[in-house]
Design a protein around this ligand. Structure first.
Ligand code: OFO
Length: 165
C-alpha cells in the first residue's frame, strides 16, 4: 500500500499525462490544418503514447491499493506561430515532464517507497528517449528554417517515423 501523499502525487502525474496527450492531439490538429500531414500523424500517434503513460500510472496506483482520482484537465493551446514553434513547445513540455518524474522518483526514494521508485524507472528511461526524440526533430526543423521545400521533406520524415515507431 502506498502512502496517501505518494498516491496524491501519482494522481497529479496521471492528470499531467492526460494533458500531454491532449496537448499533442491538439497539436496534430494544428499540423493538419497547416498542411503538415506527416507531423499531424506523428503527433496523433504520440498522443496515444501519452495515454499509455497515463494508463500505466493508473494501473499502478490501483494495484497498490490506492484509488486513482481523475481531475479536470487544462485546455491545451491551439495556436502556434510555426512548425518550429510547435516543436519548441513539445521539447519544453517534455523537459517539464522529466522534471516532474525526477521529483516523483526523488520523493519515492527519500520516503523509502522502493516499489514506487522501481516503478518510476520506466518513466525515467522513457523521458530520456522522449527528450532526445523531440530535440532531434526540433534541430532538424531549425536547420531548414522557413524553407517550405525542405519542410516538406521534414514532414515526410515525420510520417515515416509515425509509421515505424
Ligand atoms: Fe511525453 O512523456 Fe508522458 O508526458
Amino acid at each position: 500500500m502506498i502512502k496517501p501523499e505518494m498516491a496524491a502525487q501519482l494522481n497529479k502525474q496521471i492528470n499531467l499525462e492526460f494533458y500531454s496527450s491532449n496537448l499533442y492531439l491538439q497539436m496534430s490538429a494544428w499540423c493538419e490544418d497547416n498542411g503538415f500531414e506527416g507531423a499531424a500523424e506523428f503527433m496523433r500517434k504520440h498522443a496515444l503514447e501519452e495515454m499509455d503513460h497515463m494508463n500505466r500510472l493508473f494501473t499502478y496506483v490501483s494495484e497498490t491499493g490506492a484509488m486513482p482520482i481523475l481531475g479536470a484537465i487544462d485546455a491545451p493551446p491551439h495556436e502556434f506561430g510555426s512548425l518550429s514553434e510547435l516543436f519548441e513547445e513539445t521539447y519544453k513540455h517534455e523537459c517539464l515532464i522529466t522534471e516532474r518524474i525526477n521529483e516523483l522518483a526523488h520523493n519515492a526514494f527519500t520516503n523509502k517507497d522502493y516499489s514506487t521508485f522501481n516503478f518510476l524507472q520506466w518513466y525515467v528511461a522513457e523521458q530520456h528517449e522522449e527528450e532526445t526524440l523531440f530535440k532531434s526533430i526540433l534541430d532538424k526543423i531549425n536547420l531548414v528554417g522557413n524553407d517550405g521545400h525542405a519542410l516538406f521533406f521534414v514532414d515526410k520524415d515525420l510520417a515515416e517515423m509515425a509509421k515505424a515507431g
